[in-house]
Write a protein that binds this ligand. Sequence first.
Ligand code: ARG
Length: 605
Amino acid sequence: PVTKPQSTSTAVIEIDNPASVKRQLAQLFELSLRATVPDEPDVVPLVDACAVKGGVKFGDYQCNNAMGVWSKVKGKQTEFRGPPAIGQAIVNNLPPSEMIDSCSVAGPGFVNIVLSKKWIAQRVQRMLVDGIDAWAPRLPVKRALVDFSSPNIAKEMHVGHLRSTIIGDTLARMFEFSRVECVIRRNHVGDWGTQFGMLITYLFEKFTNPDDLSEAAIGDLQALYKASKVRFDSDPEFKLRAQQAVVRLQSGEIKYRKAWKQICDVSRAEFDKVYQRLGVQLEERGESFYNPYIPGVLEKLDNLGLIEESDGARVIYVEGVNIPVIAVKRDGGYNYFSTDLASLWYRLNEEKLEWIVYVTDIGQQQHFDMLFKAYRRAGWLPKDENAYPKCTHVGFGLVLGEDGKRFRTRSSEVVRLVDLLDEAKRRCRTSILERDTAKDWSEEEIEKTSEAIGYGAVKYADLKINRLTNYTFNFDQMLNDKGNTAVYLQYAHARICSIIRKSGRDIEEVKRNGKIVLDHEDERALGLHLLQFPEVFEEACTNLLPNLLCEYLYNLSEIFTKKFYSNCQVVGSSEETSRLLLCEATVIVMRHCFYLLGIEPVYRL
Ligand code: ARG
């Protein structure tokens, strides 16, 4: 019987990840391959963790090189009679190592590797001593920027922006853990555009005395947007004034600038409330910031011969796309693309960024594709997409409602983020109050716990899905305490914390003097899964896929609860010390995953 290795990473990123078991094994197999087929220096080791198949695993890892080597050597004069013989030779040529307990060759030459449980125990123990940062890989960039959240002022901050905020925050945290020295979390807010003409004109109509116009008087921006849109669409005279207002704003007329700034301030205060609740930090630099840079960048592109005339507009053609992208509109105005041409220029040249990641819905994929291609044509980004400086568009699917359509409220309004978060918190509060264990809790603890669980659940529901697929927003599902939800994970975490507390032992002391032993198969399974964090993280980070971390975290809780904790008594057993250390290592890794996912852990429930 043969097990198939799990999917391998598709990312082409050189990453230094010494704590990865997979990489350590690959180094050993590299040596063996060099000795086995010295004339085939191109053969690289293919090592991956084994998947469970039909409840059985034939090893912890597998080396999958024999077939490939065979296809290279078979016509040539060779001592090998077929792939199984090559597999066996690979095993025989392995240098001695403490890591490996045994290897066996199966089927057409797969090498199944069983790790030494002593080695696994030592590695987990080292992590407890050195801290989880010792498991951090190193990305080969010093300066990275994540452009995320980026709502539009005075337009609604919708669930799409929530997705961008949640995913972008996690990516920034992943970069930070990967020792990128400077990670900029950039909020590229849409604070410039024709909507302002309409809004300002409406406000001037309403407040004829400009002194009456204040942030408080502006009030609800969504209502303002709606009301002025009605005027704009129904009254041609209003529309004309609104269009003139755009020009007056752009030419810097004081009265218009002041109203613009007031609107932005009101909007910013709204956004900040959401960010604060989500615990997300962002540095705002809106579209308006780049306005002064647009003409210069366009001139440079023009000098390079990239700008062409088409139908009165100034356009750029890029590779593989028939229709050009408009850089300057027919009326001479700039658009979303012009701003991004300038902002990317600024990011590369002024901010000296090596990796720039844009987090938006997949609907904007073409926009970014054309932007990066235009830059490549200009020679401002390397031709090789994987070389640095590098730009990546991180797209995500839609958030759907129960009806399978775009997520809206019953009155088919855009769902407000604040309302969503309120609702999540309210529901968690109710279920906490129903619990006996929460009887003696202070109001503050109830509040804090409801927020941690409620907001965490919203984030996790989003992050656990491969970002490219749409997901259905469903409170009942995401707040369920069973299944793959943050609530379940929080319970699991709190339960392990309580096991440690109940032991009455000083865990720091246990860490200093205790020793991990993995004699039971479920202890071993838990230890091995803990050790796999660095390689899972690497795959999540290089492919920008946070769902891989969620999957790992969920499996960790399952292995802990269903295997280890069901079959291995902790408190009061003769293995108590070692098992407490496994509990501690589990919560450390869990909390770190929570941290990367932006979820506040709960210590008792
Ligand atoms: N404001 C845009 C929107 O809501 C997202 C901006 C993304 N960032 C960028 N540099 N274009 O769709």
